[in-house]
Design a protein around this ligand. Structure first.
Ligand code: C5P
Length: 308
């Protein structure tokens, strides 16, 4: 008797912003020691995995042309890693539908890798726990493990060691997308160059953790911070204008997301976020704007019965 071919599995996975990103010294392996607070926001990619011939990938959606489809693609690397782990042939076809900006500092590639791990684990009925997946995720990249968990979480090490942070309150954001991307290694390199010869005081994480627990967006606005921001602004000086414009339009605070160039603006509530987004869009300081909220859950299999 022929075995039934399992139905494709689709996983929805969110983008992240960093509410706090403290960059420490470079380690012997070339990575920087980090203390960061990740926050998953409601911009999503969808990743479908199905039985196929050999590993293959198709990419659709905004910025699809800029996503590599060779083995540098993190979702494909996730397929190969999980196949090796499960001792199976990587006969899988992957379809990515991009809603997360490409090379925007929102961990879109890492999100796709996390989604591929979750999707394939379900397709192949591997019954791996999130902690087991998290170990594989850490081999793929620094931000992949967080995309499995979502919510709000502290990341240490190179960002891959995740501890969830209790955040009962929703926060409202305007996300400003820019033309072009910034390369994460180059932004870290620019930070090293800007810092050379000076001993930076580490940015403390406690104020942002307290503000998240309290839930007041005004308090949170005062404690947001990203050590990579000066480096991203040095490489893309137009970001200074975007950051100023968002605050002038009524956001409580704005910051570069991760290594940029996407900027995230915290707003007092959803109505305010819609107003800020409308004003920013009208000013033409960025390519496009989105309204988003967080925290939202990490990579999850989409129930085919659920409406899109
Ligand atoms: O881990 P991931 O592949 O996402 O990192 C991309 C690049 O960002 C690394 O190759 C490194 O140059 C830089 N990086 C770093 N320190 C970290 C995380 C990333 O220097 N903690």
């Amino acid at each position: 008797m022929l075995a039934a071919v399992p139905s494709p599995v689709t996983v929805r996975v969110p983008a992240k912003i960093n509410l706090h990103l403290a960059v420490g010294p470079v380690r012997p392996d070339g990575y920087h020691e980090l203390v960061t607070v990740f926050h998953a926001v409601s911009l999503y990619d969808e990743v479908s995995v199905a039985e196929g011939e050999g590993p293959s990938i198709e990419v659709h959606g905004e910025g699809a042309a800029e996503v590599p489809t060779d083995e540098t693609n993190l979702a494909l690397r996730a397929v190969l890693l999980l196949a090796e782990h499960a001792d199976r042939d990587p006969d899988v076809s992957v379809v990515l539908r991009k809603g997360i900006p490409v090379a925007g500092g929102m961990a879109g590639g890492s999100a796709d890798a996390a989604a591929a791990l979750v999707g394939l684990s379900s397709l192949w009925k591997l019954e791996l726990t999130r902690d087991e997946l998290s170990e594989l995720a850490a081999e793929l990249g620094s931000d992949v493990a967080f995309a499995l968990y979502g919510g709000t979480a502290m990341g240490t090490g190179r960002g891959e060691r995740i501890v969830p942070v209790l955040a009962r309150h929703a926060q409202h954001w305007v996300i400003a997308l820019h033309r072009g991307g910034l390369s994460t290694p180059e932004v870290f390199g620019e930070l090293d160059r800007l810092r050379s010869g000076s001993d930076a005081e580490p940015r403390p994480v406690e104020p942002v953790l307290e503000a998240i627990a309290g839930g007041d967006p005004r308090q949170l606005a005062l404690s947001l911070g990203n050590d990579l921001q000066p480096a991203a602004v040095s490489m893309a000086p137009e970001l200074r204008r975007t950051l100023r414009a968002g605050v002038d339009a009524g956001a409580l605070a704005g910051l570069v997301s991760g290594s940029g160039p996407t900027c995230a603006f915290l707003c007092a509530d959803r109505d305010r976020a819609v107003d800020v987004a409308t004003e920013l869009a009208g000013l033409g300081v960025c390519r496009t704007v989105r309204v988003a909220h967080g925290p939202v859950p990490g990579a999850r299999v989409v129930d085919p019965a659920d409406p899109p």
